[in-house]
Design a protein around this ligand. Structure first.
Ligand code: HEC
Length: 208
């Protein structure tokens, strides 16, 4: 066998092995549809509180449904404070994500825990449901759809929005004051959001 032929055969073998290997790789990875959504969002699913203590079975079922929705629709990504090592699970859903967009100004994601002073404890059920349904806040402003994706939540059934509310009412209260949005900030000034809120979120937590 000439060297040329040898090289040709070797190259052909390598190509065949690579193709067979790639097909085997595709064959053995589980299709995404077989991966349960919950397994992709384990920390959220495991985040406190446990809902087992809710006595009323109907309320517990609603809260479980709410937790499922909150977990798989990504409220956490915006509403859980981010530390340097990722989400700060101790302050699960206590708010603090900064958003800025031309036309909608700047806003910081709200504290969704039931704290009566700085969280959803200050709002009636109807007020919370209205934010989810139409993005309209109690003070009358409407959140930018890309800052708080209420157009997606407005397509849910009223039962699903209610379930989310029931779940949020059972979270551990965290005191975390969130500044009001600034409708006039523009992306053209990248410093605007830090100027508005302070580089360190501008949100100081009270010692708990
Ligand atoms: C893309 C980021 C983002 C996602 C995802 C998101 N939010 Fe928000 N949310 C925000 C921001 C920002 C605000 C504050 C907007 C403002 O002040 O105008 C907010 C405000 C709220 C408020 C108003 C609370 C108050 O104190 O007035 C509620 C309730 C809320 N979000 C619930 C949810 C729920 C429930 C989910 C998931 C189903 C969710 N959000 C997903 C960014 C987000």
């Amino acid at each position: 066998m000439t060297i040329r032929r040898f090289l040709k055969r070797t190259a052909l073998t390598i190509v065949i092995l690579a193709v067979v290997g790639f097909i085997a790789f595709l064959y053995f990875i589980p299709p995404l549809t077989m991966v349960s959504v919950e397994s992709l969002v384990k920390p959220e699913a495991a985040a406190p509180p446990s809902l087992d203590d809710i006595k009323d079975p109907a309320e517990r079922a609603l809260a479980e449904r709410g937790r499922y929705l909150v977990t798989v629709t990504g409220c956490t990504g915006c509403h859980t404070p981010q530390g340097s090592a990722g989400p700060d699970w101790d302050d699960y859903l206590a708010g603090g994500g900064k958003f800025i967009e031309d036309g909608s100004g700047s806003a910081i994601s709200a504290n969704l825990t039931p704290d009566p002073e700085t969280g959803l404890g200050r709002l009636h059920d109807d007020e919370v449901l209205r934010v989810l349904r139409s993005g309209v806040f109690p003070d009358g402003h409407q959140a930018g759809a890309r800052q708080m994706p209420w157009p997606a939540f407005s397509k849910w059934t009223p039962e699903d929005r209610h379930a989310v509310l029931v779940y949020l009412r059972h979270l551990r209260p965290v005191w975390h004051r969130i500044p009001n949005p600034d409708p006039h900030a523009t992306v053209g000034d990248p410093q605007a959001i830090d100027a508005d809120y302070g580089a360190d979120y501008g949100v100081k937590k009270r010692d708990r």
